[in-house]
Design a protein around this ligand. Structure first.
Ligand code: ADP
Ligand code: MG
Ligand code: ZN
Length: 639
């Protein structure tokens, strides 16, 4: 399984001399700094406060009178006069006493004679401030500074961590806004190749030219040809845009600078622009190379028409535009960007000289899906796989879905103790991805089970009764974790690009088949049809408003669609009267389809009962078994 496409984050050998090592934020640096600071503070405290306090405590305290009398008795040898105390030593001991404003003290001391020291008392006035000026300076200026600096650093690093993933805002960047502190580093050894991207041949062909240019630019410059500076990869999510961008770098064997658009949008105005500048200046040092901006719509959103103007985003976009203009085309820096909302991009980004080449990545067709499944199967152990079956069952899936399906199949095979994936594993995992896991131990009453069975057979019967309808592939009444209590799978023979009006009407009829069977056979109607109803309504509405298939409005567009890659809703573009009319039209389309379905089912009552009985017993039946019962009342395969 290959999910190696998460770029950079844990890259073991980033080339850009890895800022992390030199930054003050690195955890090693931090801890020894803390250690030294703690030691200095400790020593200063001992020297200045603790040590004097301890020695003072050891002295005997006396009153001033005692001191004077001792002086007069000549028993004092040494006197130290401090600001607020006097320390004196006799033969036996050191004493201290509070100092008194005594102008005669010096005379007394001079007058008194000590027997040992030529009749003199040694006396000094203590210079109170004993600490060296250096220590003082440290204490009053450096230490508070250090404490503030550490506090600030601590707080800003926390802010940075929460503001941008990966901790972009260190202290250093906080002070100098010029540097973004973004860890701009390139992936130099990308293993992804075009061979890892299945299908998407047009995209590959277009990008192959860029690879070629990066290999030998002379070929192009000799002729005076300029290559596009940038290409914009456009397509629905999961179609391999990120993958193919990495493949370009891998094929060209050049450094790959990758950043997501959202990484540029920062808490502070100007940070994003700084990041863009950093990115481009790093890249130009490493040319030839590729800059890849994923999800560029995060910064490249159209500036007009948005009420809340986002200064930060706008500045970032402007910086990007400027940087792209400042680039010489022959430098060998190619800028790729990916988005799934091209309609919202700023026009300035798309003008020639910037992302002038647009590479469309569409959802894969049958052949594409088969190729993608094959690419992912290459990474897992598998037996002989019928790619066609799996490919047809996955219509509408993106490359990412298919990668997920293969992975699910592998997990399933492991759970079941198999040593290779089979076609059945893949088919089951298609259903798992679409409808969730089987809930084998869900308890459903026989009465409900019967309704579910007839509902599903109703769908299948209507589908089978119509000629232009996809064949039934499978009917199951095993509940799934998604909440589905059963479903009927139809799989088209080949690839479908167009749907005719008749096919759409058939689809709607098939969707109503479930409810019709409930009503006719079980004399009830249940909530189980809600999804069918929703789908049928959407189809009928689209027929009227978007496909121009109603008699009344013909080819008039009544809805404008939002983003076509993201299934965003569409807006009605008509008057209120027309909207009411549309509703009527939709209702009548569905009602007609339902009548048709009811006719099919009443005609085939015997077959309905036979299939439902068989389904209740087996819980899952294949399309072949289903057709066999329809044709001669007996399933061909007795499982
Ligand atoms: P996008 O960026 O378009 O949303 P990605 O490039 O991230 O999609 O694709 C996600 C994953 O889907 C890829 O890592 C890959 O495993 C798989 N995938 C998508 N398209 C293809 C393809 N054409 N061939 C092989 N794998 C694909
Ligand atoms: Mg992507
Ligand atoms: Zn249904």
């Amino acid at each position: 399984m290959k999910y190696a496409e998460i770029p950079n984050k844990k890259d073991p050998n980033p080339t850009d001399n890895n800022k992390e090592k030199t930054s003050p934020q690195s955890p090693n640096n931090g801890s020894w700094l803390w250690g030294i600071i703690a030691a200095v503070v400790f020593l200063l405290l001992i020297n200045n406060f603790l040590a004097p306090a301890i020695t003072e405590r050891a002295m005997v305290q006396t009153d001033y009178g005692t001191f004077i009398s001792k002086v007069e008795q000549d028993s004092v040898k040494q006197v130290v006069i401090a600001n607020n105390q006097i320390i004196y030593t006799t033969d036996s001991c050191t004493y201290r006493t509070g100092s008194v404003d005594d102008p005669n003290l010096v005379d007394r001391l001079l007058a008194a004679g000590s027997p040992n020291k030529d009749g003199k008392i040694e006396f000094v006035k203590k210079i109170e401030n004993q600490r060296s000026p250096i220590i003082d300076f440290l204490m009053w200026w450096i230490l508070p500074g250090l404490i503030f600096w550490l506090l600030f650093r601590f707080m800003s690093s926390r802010m940075g961590r929460s503001a941008s993933e990966g901790g972009g805002l260190g202290f250093g960047n906080f002070m100098s806004f010029g540097q973004s502190g973004a860890k701009v580093y390139a992936d130099t050894d990308i293993k992804t190749r075009f061979a890892d991207v299945a299908g998407q041949d047009e995209a590959k062909a277009s990008l192959q030219e860029m690879v070629d240019f990066l290999h030998n630019p002379q070929k192009y410059t000799a002729l005076g040809a300029k290559l596009p500076k940038g290409a914009l990869l456009v397509g629905p999510p999961g179609t391999g845009k990120t993958l193919i961008a990495r493949a370009v770098a891998g094929e060209a064997n050049v450094p790959f600078f990758s950043m997501s658009g959202s990484e540029f949008v920062q808490m502070f105005v100007g940070m994003g622009a700084a990041k863009v500048r950093d990115l481009f200046s790093e890249a130009s040092k490493k040319a030839p190379c590729i800059i890849f901006i994923d999800e560029i719509d995060a910064i490249g959103k159209s500036r007009e028409g948005s009420f809340s103007n986002n200064d930060e985003r706008e500045q970032t976009l402007n910086q990007l535009l400027t940087e792209m203009d400042g680039f010489e085309g022959d430098k060998g820096v190619i800028i790729l960007a990916a988005t799934n909302r091209p309609d919202s991009l700023d026009k300035a980004l798309l003008r020639p000289g910037r992302f002038d080449r647009r590479i469309q990545m569409e959802l894969p067709d049958l052949e594409g899906r088969k190729a993608i499944i094959q690419v992912h199967l290459n990474h897992v152990k598998h037996s002989d796989i019928d790619l066609d079956v799996v490919g047809r069952a996955t219509a509408g899936s993106s490359g990412a879905d298919l990668a997920n399906i293969v992975n699910e199949a592998a997990l399933r095979a492991v759970r079941q103790g198999k040593d290779a994936i089979t076609t059945a594993d893949l088919e089951e995992s298609v259903e798992t991805v679409m409808a969730g896991e089987q809930r084998k131990n869900a308890v459903i009453s026989p009465a409900e089970k019967r309704i579910i069975a007839y509902h599903e057979v109703g769908h299948a019967m209507v589908a089978a009764a119509q000629t232009q309808s996809a064949p039934v592939h499978k009917i199951t009444i095993i509940p799934r974790t998604s909440g589905a209590l059963g479903y009927t799978m139809q799989v088209d023979e080949g690839e479908h690009y167009l749907y005719s009006r008749q096919e759409l009407l058939n689809k709607i009829a098939t969707l109503t088949g479930g409810r019709v069977a409930e009503e006719i056979i079980c004399n009830t109607c249940t909530t189980g049809a809600s999804n069918d109803i929703e789908q049928a309504t959407n189809l009928a509405r689209a027929m009227v408003t978007r496909y121009g298939m109603s008699d009344r409005y013909g080819m008039m567009a009544l809805e404008s669609q939002g983003n076509r890659y993201l299934d965003s809703g569409s807006r009605l573009a008509c008057s209120d009267n027309t909207a009411t009319d549309i509703d009527n039209e939709v209702r009548s389309i569905i009602a007609q389809a339902k009548d048709k379905a009811a006719a099919f089912i009443t005609e085939r009552m015997d077959q309905m009962h036979a299939v439902a009985e068989y389904l209740l017993e087996k819980e899952t039946i294949t399309g072949d078994e289903f057709m066999a019962i329809l044709n001669n009342g007996q399933p061909a395969i007795q499982a």
